[in-house]
Design a protein around this ligand. Structure first.
Ligand SMILES: Nc1ncnc2c1ncn2[C@@H]1O[C@H](COP(=O)(O)OP(=O)(O)OP(=O)(O)O)[C@@H](O)[C@H]1O
Length: 800
């Protein structure tokens, strides 16, 4: 390994380890056909891979006094110098490749080419040619190759591609023609608001996007370059990866890899530009000049050890976008492209001077790693924001519901238009504006200082010129005078530019102030109206509550009154019913249907006697069974002897057979008329003594089956009376007959067997009046005379 290779390795190691963060390389392009035809002379000699010598083509001209004896050559040293024959691969390997791993580890990295128009920036940086592809495709390929490795497995890539054309930032990945704004954030640095970000997974996807973007990019043919870029283009790859550790510990690595293709500085004479091209050129030159100033300020600050120096990044969009790359948290590769053509000597000189200054810039690049705690705190903030939003929305919904329910009480629309979040964003805008204004004021002060410095320089140069003019005739001094004049012009130009930018800044300041006042007014208005609305809302809510309570009170009053009325109606009804019952009872009593059966003195008899001599017990209403709703008729229960008693008393059966049959019919509970529900006390006392049943004296019916509607027992009182009369008549006749034929009367003990009846007792002789069959008579005789033999027909005829 020779000395150069050793030094190179050491330098690359330094870059890798973050000891140095800016790499400045020079690339010399070969002379084009056209240039060669004009002059074979080349203004650049390369001594080794670090040293470059710039030869002044005019220093030999004897005819021009000013240029005669000018310095023939100027030497410059850089980190790398690549000659006309250096292949793209070599440039890539020595400038970019070794930084790419760092990109995935969280270091922001920028590669940009700087140089005059036609010096080979696009060729080096972007696509190059088919055979010789540029840095961009190679770097992207390498990044995606790395991301396949296990430790970078979860890496996400997003691409955005913009250009700065005439001091406007345009999105190259969309056809929308809108100007984008730059935002500066403490955590994520410089950001382009609203830019299209496309997630990509392969290098071909990025190259396809690059193709689309390049089609949209502003390019024109100039005299100096057939395909001259008329804008600065920036392709940015945003990389995010997560490194998982145990538990909730999670590292999130974020970085940006930016590839910047600058438009070339140009001289109107070289490019022969007019009209729009000239305006473009002026803007390009302006932004490049500001870039040069920034580089100069940064390098001076490093040389003099100034902490927090003022760097005029805000003077152009380009420098604002490159702020991180030049003065912030970034590793930067600056490739300065130069041409050895004679007519480009001035541009080559300027490029080399600026590149030389850039070497002095020192930046500190840090790994961008978000710890899981940070992330969680972000989520906590997010959750809090969402909660707040949720509360606001709830409030809004409540208000809307309230408005719907009370259309006459609609709240003013301003409360819906300006929820608290709007207020907050406005306040945020104000604070942002305030910080911008503060920055602006600082910029103005710094610009004024610079102008003052320039003026001082100008005075100094003028003094020098005066002194030199005093020493007339000395060619050496004349040359010096020329150089001083040139530098003085430069200083004048810079002063003019600074003056303009100061004016711009002051103008901006005024605009910002106006904006700030406007927004503050809005905030105040919203605050006022929101407070009013808040109070109004509270008042309305109170009114609403009062209303609902009043409605509830009304409702309760109404229910209470209804209850009272119901109670009164009930009482009246029972009174009426009682009255009616009394009346009905009175009517029935008046009709002389019933007569009370006399009982013990002082005891109210429950029994009544009908006119015909039958006895009935009154079935009284029972207060607690009023729901049975018995018809307003007198309920009577006919008094009967129980079947038990009847069975033991044969006499009873004989006395009143009809009564006996009826009592048998109703002896079982099932046979009772269904409408009959005697009170339990009655039921008890009635057991075995009499059968209760309902009797409607009016109609003569006993009862009606309520479910079927059929008459249960059709025996009416009239029929009963008739049967009874018939039977008494028969009995009377029999008694009379008995009197006449005492002997023929069949008797068993003291009981009389009625005709047609057969006694089933084995001790009782069956007979049928005098019409007994002969056989039976014989048999009976046998029974009476046991010694007698039965003769003849001994058949025994039985009767049922
Ligand atoms: N190293 C090189 N080898 C061969 N040809 C080159 C090299 N560098 C540049 N060229 C050629 O020079 C021409 C101008 O180059 P290029 O367009 O890259 O310049 P530029 O600096 O981007 O110009 P502009 O700023 O106007 O866009 C192109 O035709 C390109 O092919």
């Amino acid at each position: 390994m020779n000395q150069f290779e050793k030094e190179t390795k050491q330098f690359i190691d330094e870059l890798k380890n973050g000891v140095s963060n800016i790499l400045v390389a020079i690339r010399v392009r070969p002379l084009s056909q056209k240039e060669r035809s004009q002059s074979e002379f080349e203004t650049i000699r390369i001594l080794d891979n670090k040293m470059i010598v710039l030869l002044d083509p005019d220093s030999e001209r004897e005819d021009d006094l000013l240029k005669k004896n000018r310095l023939k050559e100027t030497n410059f040293a850089f980190d790398f110098v690549f000659d006309q024959w250096a292949p793209q691969q070599m440039i890539y390997e020595n400038t970019t490749e070794f930084l790419l791993e760092g990109v995935l580890e969280g270091y922001n990295t920028t590669v940009f080419c700087y140089g005059a128009t036609g010096s080979g920036k696009t060729f080096t940086q972007m696509i190059g040619t088919h055979q010789e592809v540029g840095i961009m495709p190679r770097a992207l390929q390498q990044l995606f190759n790395f991301s396949i490795q296990d430790r970078f497995k979860d890496t996400q890539f997003k691409v955005c591609y913009v250009e700065i054309y005439n001091e406007n930032i345009r999105d190259l990945l969309t056809h929308e023609d809108k100007n984008l704004e730059i935002r500066e954030d403490k955590n994520s640095g410089i950001q382009i608001a609203g830019v299209t970000e496309v997630e990509v997974r392969t290098v071909s996807e990025v190259l396809a996007l690059l193709k689309v973007g390049n089609k949209n990019r502003s390019k024109e043919a100039t005299d100096a370059n057939k395909e001259s870029s008329r804008s600065h283009a920036i392709l940015q790859l945003q990389i995010e990866s997560k490194e998982r550790a145990t538990g909730i510990q999670e590292q999130i690595i974020q970085s940006k890899f930016s590839l910047v293709d600058l438009a070339g500085s140009e001289r109107a004479a070289n490019t022969n530009n007019k009209g729009q091209r000239m305006i473009e050129g002026a803007n390009i030159n302006k932004s490049l000049l500001v870039l040069g100033n920034c580089i100069q300020s940064l390098s001076e600050a490093n040389e003099k050890g100034i902490k927090n120096p003022f760097i005029p990044f805000r003077n152009s969009k380009l420098t604002r976008l490159l702020k991180d790359s030049l003065g912030g948290n970034c590793r930067t590769v600056m490739i300065s492209n130069v041409t050895p053509a004679v007519n480009c000597f001035e541009e080559t000189y300027n490029t080399l001077v600026y590149a030389n200054r850039a070497k002095n810039i020192k930046t500190i690049a840090n790994r961008n790693v978000l710890m899981a705690q940070n992330h969680i705190s972000n989520y906590a903030q997010l959750i809090q924001n969402l909660r707040q939003e949720n509360e606001e929305l709830k409030l809004l919904i409540q208000q809307q519901q309230y408005n719907q329910n009370n259309p006459q009480l609609k709240l003013p629309s301003i409360i819906q238009k300006n929820p608290p979040s709007v207020q907050q964003s406005l306040k945020q805008q104000v604070s942002e504006l305030e910080s911008i204004i503060h920055q602006n004021v600082e910029d103005i002060i710094q610009t004024k200082n610079q102008i003052y410095e320039m003026e001082e320089q100008q005075n100094h140069f003028q003094q020098n010129i005066g002194f030199l003019q005093f020493q007339k005739g000395r060619t050496q001094d004349k040359f010096e005078q020329m150089r001083l004049q040139e530098r003085m012009d430069n200083a004048k130009n810079q002063k003019a530019i600074l003056k303009r930018s100061q004016d711009d800044l002051e103008q901006q300041l005024v605009e910002y102030e106006v904006q700030k006042v406007d927004i503050q007014k809005q905030v105040q208005q919203i605050q006022d109206s929101n407070y009013k609305n808040y109070l109004y809302g509270i008042m309305k809510q109170g009114e609403f509550k009062i209303e609902t309570i009043e409605i509830k009170i009304q409702e309760k009053k109404r229910k209470y009154q209804e209850q009272i009325q119901d109670e009164q109606v009930k009482q009246l009804r029972t009174q009426i019913n009682k009255q009616q019952a009394k009346i009905t009872q009175g009517i029935k009593q008046k009709s002389n249907v019933l007569k009370k059966v006399p009982s013990l003195p002082g005891v109210d008899s429950p029994y009544y006697q009908l006119q015909n001599g039958q006895t009935y017990g009154i079935q009284r209403y029972q207060k607690n069974k009023s729901h049975l709703k018995l018809p307003p008729v007198v309920q009577l229960a006919q008094v009967h002897k129980s079947p038990k008693t009847q069975n033991t008393s044969l006499q009873n059966k004989i006395d009143d057979p009809m009564k006996y049959r009826i009592s048998q019919k109703y002896s079982s509970r099932l046979n009772r008329p269904p409408s009959y529900h005697p009170p339990s006390s009655q039921r008890k006392s009635a057991k075995g003594r009499y059968i209760n049943r309902s009797l409607d004296l009016g109609s003569g019916r006993e009862s009606i089956n309520k479910s079927s509607g059929e008459i249960q027992n059709e025996i009416s009182l009239q029929k009963l009376h008739r049967l009874r009369k018939e039977y008494q008549q028969q009995r009377f006749e029999k008694a009379m007959n008995n009197k006449n034929n005492q002997k023929s009367q069949p008797q068993f003990g003291s009981k009389i067997l009625l005709p047609g009846m057969i006694h089933k007792s084995p001790y009782v002789k069956n007979f049928q009046n005098n019409n007994e069959p002969i056989e039976l008579k014989k048999d009976r005789l046998k029974m009476f005379n046991l010694n007698q033999k039965i003769q003849g027909d001994d058949k025994f005829q039985l009767y049922n």
